[in-house]
Ligand binder design. Sequence first.
Ligand code: CAA
Length: 380
Amino acid sequence: MQFRLNQEDSEIAAIARQAAADHLAPRALVTDSGVFPRESIAALGAAGLLGIKIDREFGGLGGSTLAYVAAIAELAGACASTTVTVAVTNMVADMLVRFGTEHQKRRHLVNLTSGRYLAGSFALSESGAGSDAGSLTTRADRHGDHWMLNGSKLWITSGDVAGVILVMAKTDPTKGTRGITAFLVEPTMPGFAVGRHEEKLGLRGSSTVSLSFQDVMLPDTARLGALGQGFEVAMTALDGGRCGIGAQALGMGYAALRETSSILAARAQVDKAQGTDQLAQFRLADMALRLDAAWLLVQKAAWLRDQGRKMTKEAAMAKVAATEAANFACQLAMQLAGAQAFDDSSVIARNWRDVRVSRIYEGTSEIQRLVIARSLAMAV
Ligand code: CAA
């Protein structure tokens, strides 16, 4: 059993650490004010971090899932808004590799990994289909050798800035989840429109929008995977995505822990009673304990994915444990740091706001528990 990254994965984590320090941290406040991090995305593209697992031939770093989660945690420690944009882009690129044709890979991969596209986007959720993703109603109907797309999507990360959007649509409403197909939609296609920008509690620098499709004509070459394979594409994406969101949450939790430790240490120099307070020390220990335990689950899920093994249950476990540990840590950080953290521009306040959604998006904690429970029932 190995408890450390191999040489190649460590190098990728180091690239992410450097990029976080050079590009994300200095802009984190501006990004948090609601400015989409264009410059940071360009720098991350140049560093290969928009395609961490994508072959170097296509502009990526050719890393493992273990390297991916390590890199995401590094980036999130500096700016979670930028990191979610990066994570979804990596997820779309990963699906192109797994399910795409040569033509689709040549058309989109380098554009994604280089940052030329700014982002990739994943459009599954709808106003009536959030947790119950299979009940989506966006339709793609065959018209000769084309598909006509109609419907709308909600809460779509980077939907307004992405160069390619992975859209799940019903091609046969009589077949339930087996009647869903995935399509690669480009924003220049007539009938594609961006709707409302969400005003969010956190992750304010990432863009979250609704999308609508009115008679968007898609060539059959825009279909990703086989007819009826769209739900599998989405769930496969989310298995990997959930490890990434776990890592993103932990990056924030560790950032809050570091910041709190340094605030308490500084306080200890002037106020011995407060800074060395055993209660505070125990709380810091609890934060570290939960974050480190969850990190092991994230790494286990990532390792299983690298082995090509099914890891749906482990990804769900990793996401619940990591996002709940990170929320716990950010909440305690706020209490321990006190008034200093309550300033909206403080690192702790930002992470406290940003981390909250990690228990909601890419499948709520309740959905993760459902996935875990179902897999236990199957194992009996
Ligand atoms: N991998 C591959 N296939 C899978 C799978 C997986 N992980 N999970 C399910 N499937 C397959 C099943 O094997 C089944 O196939 P068959 O029909 O061939 O048997 C089919 O998919 C249907 O599976 P279920 O019966 O389990 O489907 P369900 O309708 O009960 O739904 C669910 C399962 C887990 C609740 C699913 O709806 C779900 O994950 N919901 C949450 C949605 C979600 O996470 N949304 C996130 C939005 S994206 C986002 O937030 C990104 C962002 O912007 C940051």
